[in-house]
Design a protein. Structure first.
Length: 250
């Protein structure tokens, strides 16, 4: 029996990309919680697997040549799992390039921009007393996310899924796109995007992925104090602060 893939995970959009892929592909996996609100991402053992101190990451005990392999960066993980399972990542060059364009669009654009929009909508208002100071950043990222939702809306008018057929590119974009309404967007302006969000949400594998590790999820609306506590670990990171956190963790 092959050993399960270890998924270093916290229930956030980046984490769900990989639990969705593992569920869709029917690959056995085991969740290894990385509590990013309390600093688990700086532990030396985790940095060996994920040198960027971010989750998700995986360890596949049954990697190439039968030896273990660790992988960080959600896009690289999705490509690895797609190649391993032979699913949702076609081998035909034209179809594969289509998937890769939308996958890279997600990891280079939608993910970082939605992440910044989330920072300015959900966190900055609880961290900065003078709200005028955050307005420029909030508008910049909420507008950029709006533009990206428009890109998906146009694309989904041409094809049912981002790369034509359902693929790892959809698995990467869906966890962020589905919360666009919580990040200053109105789904009424993006009906095709909303339909795609709903179609993917109905998939049983996606429902199982959302359930996995659900108990790790904190309540949605954090108090000012809770946000300030998590912010000590999550925000204002520098090369020195990461090294300092690392040495504190032994
Ligand atoms: N580019 C990375 C982004 C991953 C990422 O930003 N993960 C966040 C959680 S959603 C994280 O681990 N944050 C921990 C930290 O900021 O220290 C990927 O696609 O895997």
């Amino acid at each position: 029996m092959t050993k399960p893939i270890e998924l270093y995970f916290w229930p956030t959009p980046n984490g769900w990309k990989i639990s969705i892929a593992l569920e869709e592909m029917g690959l056995p996996y085991e969740l290894k919680p990385v509590n990013i609100g309390t600093g688990d991402q700086f532990a030396p053992a985790f940095l060996k697997i994920s040198p960027n101190n971010r989750m998700p990451a995986i360890v596949d005990p049954d990697g190439p040549g039968g030896a273990p392999i660790s992988i960080f960066e959600s896009g690289a993980i999705l490509q690895y799992l797609g190649r391993k399972s032979g699913q949702f990542y076609p081998s035909d060059e034209r179809a594969r390039s289509e998937v890769e364009q939308w996958l890279y669009w997600q990891v280079g654009g939608l993910g970082p921009m939605a992440g910044q929009a989330s920072h300015f909508v959900n966190y900055a208002p609880k961290l900065v007393d003078d709200q005028a100071l955050i307005e420029y950043g909030r508008a910049r990222y909420v507008n950029e996310l709006n533009r990206l939702c428009g890109v998906m809306e146009r694309r989904l008018g041409e094809a049912p899924y981002l790369a034509g057929d359902y693929s790892i590119a959809d698995m990467a974009s869906w966890p962020w796109a589905r919360i666009a309404d919580k990040l200053g967007q109105d789904f009424e302006d993006f009906p095709k995007l909303k339909d795609w969000v709903d179609r993917i949400h109905e998939r049983l594998a996606v429902q199982r992925a959302l359930k996995a590790g659900e108990e790790l999820r904190q309540k949605q609306a954090l108090s000012k104090e809770e946000v300030r506590d998590a912010a000590k670990h999550l925000f204002g990171q520098t090369a020195n602060s990461v090294n300092g956190a690392k040495s504190k963790q032994g």
